[in-house]
Design a protein around this ligand. Structure first.
Ligand code: FE2
Ligand code: FE2
Length: 416
């Protein structure tokens, strides 16, 4: 192809290329360089070029002028015959008139993320030019304040980099011997963990679909969080079934506690109850299992899950800190959510006795009175650490110390 500039009009030679094989791309490109009303000569040798060019120009709003000389005579030794002159119309400009740029791709650039992206930006990439007149999408979480967290691109990058493969990250065949009752205690704890992981998977999954995709990093981060929980469900199930085929008990108190998380319709309140209080408390539990787990597989799955949970807590904290900075009523709403949940669960037992006893047994390691006493005090210490860490997070969010202590004490006895 050769571009020939013959002032005042330009010509383009598309040689053998026809509209059946992409000729419009070259013509469009040549036209885009000119102004409305400018002439572009089209040279080419495809037999159907004139017919196709006429139809294409009509569809694109360009005028066509046929040369006075027959095409065969318009050919020179170096170039193809001149088929027609195309006079550039204004339709392409009209089409993109009113198009809006949907922010900027890089959220670290000031103003890249819109506080209230329009519904018509819909699924468009952040930073795209969005043609006017598109469909309106409904996204319930459509303001930055509702979902954002400072530093979220970094949190997403960390989450993407930290994915692990359950098949290879754990040595499932590592040999160990456990007394049957200790193995049962492990299975009971795993059974309990799995139902908590189910809740931790479903709560963010239900919110993802409500988030305006303009808040790309939040959507992506929560998608990875859901994938993390899917792996946790898998590895806890595999550990439970490693030496047998039966799972332990699921209790009314445990399920009632988790149901209040699924029933919370507000994203910020759900993040607070699930990620800051629930997953925060679970971090202590997983560290406990990493330390006191009676076999290497249990210790390893707890360690891997804890690494992921730390990120879930970090996003929950980041989001709440962002929202608190934007809305002065947030702390009051968070406190009210803890009270409401406590009221709703007041009649339930909280952590099931089977799980509590299993944790003591894991930390004890055997049935001697001394060992049981040691296991019991380890579990008491676990509960104290959970409480202390919850209070520390609440204080970081801005609660006064006495209120933080009061709210932490009202947290569900189910831990999550
Ligand atoms: Fe998890
Ligand atoms: Fe989690």
């Amino acid at each position: 192809m050769t571009d020939m500039v013959s002032s005042p009009s330009r010509t383009i030679d598309i040689e053998e290329l026809g509209f059946d094989r992409g000729a419009h791309l070259l013509i469009k490109r040549a036209l885009s360089g000119g102004a409305v009303g400018e002439r572009l000569g089209i040279r080419g040798r495809d037999a159907a070029l004139a017919v196709h060019l006429r139809a294409w120009c009509r569809s694109q709003g360009h005028e066509i002028i046929w040369p006075e000389m027959p095409p065969a005579e318009a050919a020179t030794t170096e170039s193809s015959p001149l088929i027609a002159w195309v006079v550039r119309g204004s339709a392409p400009e009209v089409r993109w008139r009113g198009a809006e740029q949907a922010g900027l791709p890089d959220s670290l650039v000031q103003g890249a993320v819109n506080d209230h992206p329009p519904a018509t930006w819909g699924l468009a990439a952040r930073g795209a030019r969005v043609e006017a007149g598109g469909p309106e999408f409904f996204f319930g979480l459509n303001s930055k304040e509702q979902v954002w967290a400072e530093g979220i691109p970094r949190l997403y990058a960390q989450a993407a980099a930290a994915q692990w493969n359950p098949a290879t990250a754990i040595d499932w065949g590592e040999p160990f011997e456990l007394a049957p009752e200790i193995e049962s205690a492990v299975v009971q704890v795993m059974t309990y963990l799995i139902e908590n992981e189910n809740a931790a998977l479903l709560v963010p999954a239900r919110f993802i679909a409500q988030i305006h995709p303009h808040f790309r990093e939040v959507m992506q981060l929560l998608a990875i969080q859901v994938a993390d929980e899917a792996r946790h469900v898998e590895v806890f199930t595999r550990r439970a079934l490693l030496r047998g085929s039966e799972l332990g008990f699921s209790t009314v108190g445990g399920q009632a506690s988790l149901k209040t998380l699924l029933d919370e319709p507000d994203f910020t309140l759900a993040s607070f109850l699930l990620s800051v209080l629930g997953e925060g408390t679970f971090l202590n539990l997983l560290w406990f299992l990493q330390q006191h787990g009676p076999d290497p597989v249990t210790r390893r799955v707890a360690q891997l899950a804890a690494q992921d949970e730390a990120r879930h807590v970090a996003f929950g904290m980041g989001h709440l800190q962002y929202q608190i900075s934007k809305d002065g009523t947030t702390l009051g709403r968070l406190a009210a959510a803890v009270d409401r949940r406590h009221e709703a669960l007041a009649h339930t037992a909280g952590l099931n006795e089977e799980v509590f006893d299993a944790l003591i047994l894991l930390a004890a390691g055997d049935w001697s009175p001394d060992a049981i006493a040691k296991g019991f005090s380890e579990v008491q210490r676990l509960k104290q650490e959970m409480d202390a860490d919850r209070q520390a997070r609440l204080i970081r969010l801005g609660f006064p110390a006495d209120e933080a202590a009061g709210l932490s004490a009202l947290h569900t006895r189910n831990f999550m």
